[in-house]
Design a protein around this ligand. Sequence first.
Ligand SMILES: O=C(O)[C@H](O)[C@@H](O)[C@H](O)[C@H](O)COP(=O)(O)O
Length: 251
Amino acid sequence: MREQRFQIVVLPDAEAVADSATRRTVEVARKAIAERGRCVIALSGGSTPRALYQRLAEPPTRDEIEWSRIHLFWGDERAVPPDHPESNYRMAREAMLDRLPIPPGNVHRVLAELGPEEAAERYEADLRQVFGVRAGEVPEFDLILLGIGADGHTASLFPHTAALAVRDRLVVANAVPQLGTTRITLTAPVLQAARWVLVLATGPDKAEAVARAIEGTEDVDETPAQLLRHARGQVTWLLDGAAAGRLASAR
Ligand SMILES: O=C(O)[C@H](O)[C@@H](O)[C@H](O)[C@H](O)COP(=O)(O)O
């Protein structure tokens, strides 16, 4: 039975969120491989998904997925080399990639060391090549993992930044004045086209942003995670009680 398109799941704590995210990721991967011969996933950055990645690399869970049929991308990347402490690629490599039997050619990291503009162009070309999509077409990830910032950003679509308005690119270099840096990020059309989006949020500092994203008056420029309201696929928010603390619908 297909779950409803927009789902809010409130769990006791961050461990339970990671456990649920692990189970759902395995389910989506196995189903995509069975139906389409492969599963293409965009990983989230930040710290929340680390526990999920660690679980995916631990037997027996690791052996429930046919990793040779998995392609991994990132939803966004910082403008740093792959061995930098802030690199989303490095976090995923240390948490799981180093222990997974995934072909290196299936790991599509953002070549952020080339500089944000060049990296965004190369990443978009890689995305188009793997999905076989031409200009004007948007790839459908089987699964996009996302987080949310306390300011309501998701991926590296930050409030009041230029990337939020982009509809004709899959990947852009997005200047983020509030961080004093530029990030490389998938654009809204790509996030909205995914078959399944799994948003992980834990802790009290996310509660206000989560409530705005899910229930607040719509202003995507102010709360970019609201763009998920217009996703075409399944959107599941996996929250612990603290992150769900301001949701009227979760009471
Ligand atoms: O590159 C990044 O930082 C992420 O893609 C970003 O969108 C992240 O998901 C949120 O900032 C939440 O980060 P935490 O999980 O660290 O709270």
